[in-house]
Design a protein around this ligand. Structure first.
Ligand code: ATP
Ligand code: MG
Ligand code: MG
Ligand code: MG
Length: 576
């Protein structure tokens, strides 16, 4: 490939809305171009990376026995009504109508469609196991699209779905996918961790997230450096709460005073396991008078289903600590908060409660909020206007670094991650809802045991950059770099020798199957080098008249501090 034929659009400055380095660098490197909130053009340079990511995924999915198909982006609502997700899923699900007024959705994922395919096509146990996947555009109307394509509204996902005859076979399919994911993320050259995740309503222990380690990650992961234990924070918290710490928390119930309600109080009130209550969200809003005294309090319980469905949030109201519980009407909630209910983030037990709220929700300036432990109220909460975004890791309450690991093999450490993949055992949730059956060995219809397996294809780009960049730009791992080597001739437009040598090297590397870019734009060396460093090409070869006279080229790896002289003809060995 020659630069003059390609499209290179580097920029000196990143736009002001680019908060994280990957977003800034992708914009500056001309890899993506914003079209609307969370919606981007994948420009030629960025698309090359996406295609490389996809190619690795395809190879490994194929090796693991998954078969590729392509399911539509726009899907009829009827299927989504069968599983109830058309109504249950919140505003993240984009619903559209056609000219006849019929309902459709723009797929955020494809369980319904693939289950519909399976119930028609997979009739006998002899056709199982089967794993269908596609790499397709997704749309999720994210509450807060940000970080460029890391949390876009339109993005590309690889989603695979396994169909099995029984739970044991499904567990095997899950393991096969888990192993394939490890190979995929190894090949990307990323530093990642597979962490156990909550299975929500499905139960069991078959759900893992693949988290790329990065300080800017939105997720927190808990692991034990001296053992294999690793979980996402939600699961780690739930486990911690159902054990010793949970018992300690429960003891708080006895000392809780009116207006200082705890999660444990609510658990008792609702007769729910504490872990389940805490996994849900509890928030107390206390009315305060001018002097700051608490004169009344309401405990709000948001039941958050942690299953694979989008979060289903129900807002309930506990009337005083000794009162009963009922779900509040939307009108009541609106009256109380002066706005519509939305998503409130996890609230813990030990530290002051911080409400991570939708900006439209938490207009609670007049309230004291969060009452998980006596005297730990947070006053003046008004997330909608002036409070800074809470620090998610600092906000972790029930599992802290240094806690003993649940496996007894050491102590816990906490780090941030970016969720790039998620594997999930679904059981018969979808096959039952859609009555998807096959004939088993005895000739009787049985529901498919299913699993689903996602990889955020476009998110990988952002995650890789968060992990590898420097002051000059992106440092792509070789496997997913847009080009493997950039040939930078000095004086391509002036020197016939340089031009001839550069063209020959380009052809030689290309013939050797190396993804080579020849910068034939005739740019000044400084500008040329800056571009390829910003774009993050892992290998650079510089040709000049002087070097050629000595029979030498200059090679520099993207991470190298200085160039190395290499005899002409030995370059291929360096960039392989
Ligand atoms: P998150 O917790 O980041 O919102 P999720 O758990 O909702 O992600 P899944 O439903 O598990 O996402 O989808 C599978 C994969 O798709 C995720 O692991 C992630 O890599 C990717 N993904 C999800 N949402 C987005 C998005 N808005 N933009 C880009 N990639 C996404
Ligand atoms: Mg999500
Ligand atoms: Mg997630
Ligand atoms: Mg997920």
């Amino acid at each position: 490939m020659k630069a003059s034929q390609f499209f290179i659009a580097t920029q000196k400055e990143a736009p002001a809305d680019a908060e994280v380095v990957s977003h800034q660098l992708m914009m500056r490197a001309g890899m993506i171009k914003r079209l609307g909130a969370g919606i981007y053009n994948y420009m030629p340079m960025g698309l090359r990376v996406i295609r490389k990511v996809e190619a690795i995924i395809r190879e490994e999915m194929g090796r693991a026995g998954a078969v590729e198909m392509l399911m539509p982006v726009v899907q009829p609502a009827e299927l989504w009504q069968e599983t109830g997700r058309f109504d249950k899923m919140g505003p993240e699900l984009m619903r559209v109508k056609d000219r006849h007024g019929r309902d459709f959705i723009i797929q955020p994922t494809s369980e319904e469609v693939v289950t519909d395919v399976a119930r028609q096509e997979l009739r006998s146990y002899k056709q199982l196991p089967k794993n269908f996947y596609h790499i397709q555009t997704k749309f999720r109307d994210e509450r807060r699209p940000r970080f460029g394509i890391m949390r876009g509204r339109e993005f590309t996902m690889k989603d695979a779905y396994s169909f099995d005859r029984n739970p044991a076979a499904a567990a095997k399919s899950y393991e096969t996918m888990f192993a394939a994911y490890k190979r995929i993320f190894d090949r990307f050259g990323l530093q990642y961790r597979a962490v156990a995740a909550d299975t929500g309503a499905i139960g069991g222990d078959l759900s893992h997230e693949f988290q790329v380690i990065a300080d800017t990650g939105e997720d927190a992961i808990v692991y034990c450096p001296t053992s294999d234990y690793a979980a996402n924070i939600e699961l780690a918290e739930a486990v911690a709460l159902s054990s010793e710490r949970g018992a300690a928390t429960q003891a708080l119930t006895k000392t809780a005073t009116p207006g200082k309600s705890t999660c444990a109080d609510v658990a008792v009130l609702l007769d729910l396991p504490l872990a389940q209550t805490v996994k849900s969200l509890v928030m107390a809003t206390d009315e305060v008078n001018d002097k700051g005294d608490i004169v009344g309090s309401t405990v709000w319980l948001l039941l958050l289903r942690g299953d694979h469905d989008m979060n289903e949030v129900k807002v309930g109201k506990v009337e005083g600590l000794k009162g009963g519980f009922r779900f509040a009407t939307l009108g009541e909630i609106e009256d109380h908060f002066g706005c519509k209910p939305g998503y409130l983030g996890p609230i813990g037990l030990k530290k002051p409660v911080k409400v991570i709220a939708d900006r439209t929700v938490a207009n609670m300036a007049d309230f004291v909020c969060g009452a998980n432990e006596p005297d730990f109220h947070l006053t003046g909460v008004n997330w909608g206007r002036d409070l800074p975004e809470p620090d998610l890791v600092a906000d972790i309450r029930n599992v802290v670094a240094g806690d003993p690991s649940p496996d007894g093999q050491g102590v816990l450490a906490i780090q941030r991650g970016i969720e790039v993949g998620h594997v999930f055992y679904l059981g018969t949730k979808y096959s039952k809802a859609m009555n998807a059956t096959f004939l088993d060995e005895t000739g009787k219809p049985a529901h498919f045991e299913m699993g689903c397996y996602g990889i955020g294809v476009t998110r990988i780009l952002g995650a890789a950059i968060e992990q590898a960049h420097d002051a000059r730009g992106i440092v792509w791992p070789d496997a997913i770099a847009p080009f493997t080597v950039a040939i930078c001739p000095i004086g391509y437009d002036r020197s016939a020798d340089v031009k001839a040598a550069a063209d020959a090297l380009h052809d030689e590397l290309q013939a050797a199957g190396i993804d080579v870019m020849l910068d034939d734009r005739g740019e000044r060396p400084g500008a040329m080098f800056a571009d390829w460093e910003l774009i993050g090409v892992p290998h650079r070869v510089v040709l000049s008249d002087r070097g050629l006279k000595e029979g030498q080229l200059e090679y520099q790896g993207r991470r190298d501090a200085a160039a190395t002289k290499v005899p002409t003809g030995e370059v291929a060995a360096f960039v392989k």
